[in-house]
Design a protein around this ligand. Structure first.
Ligand SMILES: Cc1cc2nc3c(=O)[nH]c(=O)nc-3n(C[C@H](O)[C@H](O)[C@H](O)COP(=O)(O)OP(=O)(O)OC[C@H]3O[C@@H](n4cnc5c(N)ncnc54)[C@H](O)[C@@H]3O)c2cc1C
Length: 428
């Protein structure tokens, strides 16, 4: 019979939330026996994808969990470990003035950007540091169940006993988190979801990115720009499974660093609307699944893409809309189906996003060029909100839930800060 190994702390997930917790614990209490688990062979979140980091509240921090002073206190600690190379911004007052005349807010955020390749190098460096401090890693090992008795975590590779357990499985770990909450009888709500499109256009049509890498515009109607990528920018797709095993996709974006890969002359960013559901529909996740399935149905099992020129004329896009002869660039995500987003997206969301796009085009003329591509759907499911027992994100004695999956963050720095806060709870 396999012997069950006991750890002082087990951390599920090697994303920024898990890493933030690990650094805090091992630095404050050297010699602590810590295991970090990941179902993948590497951290799969935003540290690996584009890795732009925002160091200004409230970006990346979720409402209700963080006061400004508190977030800033933790952000200083995040900054001290990550030591980011912050980027300069130019002409912000010009954009701010144009935006505010339309009732739009432009947030002035301190940012750094490593690119996908730079992010990978950072992950390797951070994990090597933790290993040298004595932390054990078990990669390719999926956490499956937290037993209600005996402080046991069951994984694909065996069973482990924990003193404390930090669960930080990110958005991809949504279903695992929900299972743990159901098994352990932890009350949670899941009523918020962000739904929208990813916009891809030529750099010349969205030149603000030369002045401000990831400009954060907040529009009336709870619409915002999110996760802007340029340099060597690509739109990608992520596969998700519904609770009953059906596949659907969300698009996303990232960029390779231009120093390594050269520029491709394109920009992409998300336009997302936050949907807060109320009774009788309580599950944002279920709603998002249905939205994802509807898009997949209309896209023949793939996400949908449409040129702005076609959308404006209420026409679907076709294959020939996507050669560089007809318009002036080809899509970077070729596995999408040309189609009609208006058939797939609920009209309340579509109207709010299109109105915001028009405002954006007034602030930065050109972004609604007919060649601009809209990809659908982009879905952010960070809506599992467990009922926390304390300010360290404890959900039960010795069990903590943090990061994007548990709704304590919406970005790398907020996730990392959540990890520090949970670690403080354990250290106390
Ligand atoms: C394509 C993409 C680009 C992004 N770009 C940015 C960006 O540039 N800047 C930014 O601030 N944010 C970005 N984000 C968001 C960012 O990734 C998240 O906010 C952040 O990574 C959340 O950290 P986390 O630790 O909660 O989760 P994650 O980083 O997602 O890490 C969770 C880890 O847990 C693992 N895991 C999941 N389930 C299990 C399980 N059952 N057992 C074991 N391991 C499990 C996963 O494999 C993963 O490695 C991006 C996200 C994506 C998907």
């Amino acid at each position: 019979m396999n012997q069950i190994i006991k750890y002082d702390c087990i951390i599920v997930g090697t994303g920024p939330a898990g890493l933030g917790a690990a650094f805090k614990l091992i630095n404050e209490k050297p010699g602590m026996k810590i295991l970090m688990l990941d179902k993948s062979n590497y951290s799969t979140g935003g540290l690996r994808n584009d890795c732009k980091m925002n160091f200004t509240y409230p970006i990346g921090f979720t409402q209700g969990n963080w006061e400004k002073e508190e977030a800033e206190y933790y952000m200083d600690q995040v900054e001290a470990i990550l030591n980011p190379d912050l980027m300069d911004k130019k002409n912000i007052d010009v954009y701010e003035k144009r935006a505010s005349s339309l009732g739009v807010e432009l947030l002035n955020i301190r940012q750094s950007h490593l690119g996908t390749d730079g992010g990978l190098a950072l992950i390797k460096k951070l994990c090597a540091q933790l290993e040298s401090l004595g932390i054990e890693f078990s990669l390719g090992n999926e956490a499956q169940q937290v037993l209600p008795e005996g402080k046991i975590l069951k994984t694909a590779k065996g069973e482990y006993e924990y003193g404390s357990l930090i669960i930080a499985p990110g958005r991809q770990g949504f279903n695992f988190l929900q299972k743990v909450m159901k098994d352990l009888d932890i009350y949670y709500i899941d009523n918020i979801v962000d739904i929208g499109i990813r916009v891809e256009t030529r750099l010349d049509h969205y030149p603000i990115v030369k002045d401000y890498y990831d400009p954060k515009f907040h529009f009336p109607g709870k619409v915002r720009t999110f996760c802007t990528n340029s340099g060597n920018a690509h739109v990608v797709q992520e596969k998700y499974k519904t609770h009953d095993g059906k596949d659907f996709y969300s698009v996303n974006g990232h960029a390779w660093s231009k120093q390594k890969k050269g520029e491709n002359g394109l920009v992409n960013f998300a336009m997302l609307k936050t949907i807060r559901l109320t009774a009788p529909l309580a599950s944002g996740h279920n709603y998002a699944e249905i939205i994802g399935l509807q898009a997949a149905l209309l896209g023949g099992g793939k996400p949908i893409m449409q040129r702005v020129g076609d959308f404006r004329l209420s026409k679907r896009s076709y294959d020939h809309s996507f050669n560089d002869d007809y318009y002036d660039f080809e899509p970077t995500l070729k596995s999408c189906s040309p189609g009609d987003i208006a058939l797939a997206m609920p009209s309340k969301i579509m109207r709010a996003i299109w109105k915001s796009m028009k405002q954006l085009d007034t602030i930065i003329p050109g972004v609604l060029h007919p060649s601009t591509i809209m990809y659908y759907p982009e879905i952010k499911m960070y809506a599992n909100k467990p009922e926390f027992k304390d300010r360290h994100f404890a959900v039960k004695e010795d069990i903590y839930m943090i990061g994007d999956g548990a709704g304590t963050s919406r970005g790398i720095t907020g996730a990392w800060a959540s990890g520090i806060r949970a670690a403080e709870g354990i250290l106390q």
